[in-house]
Design a protein around this ligand. Sequence first.
Ligand SMILES: Nc1ncnc2c1ncn2[C@@H]1O[C@H](COP(=O)(O)OP(=O)(O)OP(=O)(O)O)[C@@H](O)[C@H]1O
Ligand SMILES: [Mg+2]
Length: 369
Amino acid sequence: MSCFCCISSHTKDGNGVEIDNGVEFESLRFGEGCSKGSAGVRSFKFRELAAATRGFKEVDLLGEGGFGRVYKGRLETGQIVAVKQLNRDGRQGFQEFIVEVLMLSLLHHPNLVTLIGYCSDGDERLLVYEFMPMGSLNDNLFDLGSDKEPLSWNTRIKIAIGAARGLEYLHCEANPPVIYRDLKSANILLDNYFNPKLSDFGLAKLGPVGDNTHVSTRVMGTHGYCAPEYAMSGKLTLKSDIYSFGVVLLELITGRKAIDTTRRTGEQSLVSWSHPFLKDRRKFGQLVDPLLEGRFPLRCLQQAVAVTAMCLQEQPSFRPHIGEIIVALEYLASRTYLQELHIGRTKHSSLQPSLPQQNGYTNGELSNP
Ligand SMILES: Nc1ncnc2c1ncn2[C@@H]1O[C@H](COP(=O)(O)OP(=O)(O)OP(=O)(O)O)[C@@H](O)[C@H]1O
Ligand SMILES: [Mg+2]
């Protein structure tokens, strides 16, 4: 378990970093209980990272987000890493940089990306992460090129469980709890075996402590994933993350983006579009990603949609706890779709044997409810 120990507040110049309910933290030290601490996170010189990325070459560009560009690099030790370079415009990015370093120095879990180090040379701000070879869930779910096959049903469930475990660690094991605030498919990174890891903790907040039910904060996060009560009032709770998790589940089931401005009006917001289908069990099948071509277990689909609908409840208190979600998803994972022959992707072999149906789980033909 990670814990935030001996946190001191307020820098002399008042430029501390706000990561909880209005308290500013300038530094974190570790008490006896924090065995891992920040010992593993090292400070890099800018020239080391410039060398690692061969001068931030365009060919090594992995992607770009609001924070800045991300490059693939190789450290002197030979380790392959992802280097994120902060755009130099705006204070917000600087604040996020510090929160990211503080959070990831303290939080360690197999479903959270590992921060290897950071660079704070002059006005350069860079973050160095373990390299995640399959990129983000976003990269694997949407706008697939002809060289990429769609993710299979079993892999989608595997990714959902791993992301839920990462969230459970933040909500239940971190002390005080951490509200992630930026759960979305772009922030779920995948290794070669499609094990997911949550990334980007620059917006994370320490959760409410004691008798407090929520944290009041400026509304931040990503449009399409933001819980309605948080967007309206700025009241942030652990249940705000559960709503965002519901949106990610919906993306996994439908293969549609949370917000897609290329679709016609009425279909641009995934949650609004899905409403009529989520309410009617007979329409669940119409939600499913056509790229799955019917290759999913029907009863599991029904249960996955039911979990998704619970996460998306308007009333935060009606949304499930992350532990309950994990129990439900683990049950679904135990009912794997047996006709899937390729690990990770959906493609069928022409030599596919006809496998017996087990546990009464049929494929996704909805004519057979
Ligand atoms: N550790 C990593 N390993 C491999 N690729 C990564 C890693 N981190 C980020 N990327 C790639 O870089 C892209 C941009 O990531 P980044 O976190 O900067 O932006 P984002 O999450 O897509 O959006 P935003 O930060 O604006 O919310 C990701 O979509 C992913 O493809
Ligand atoms: Mg990201």
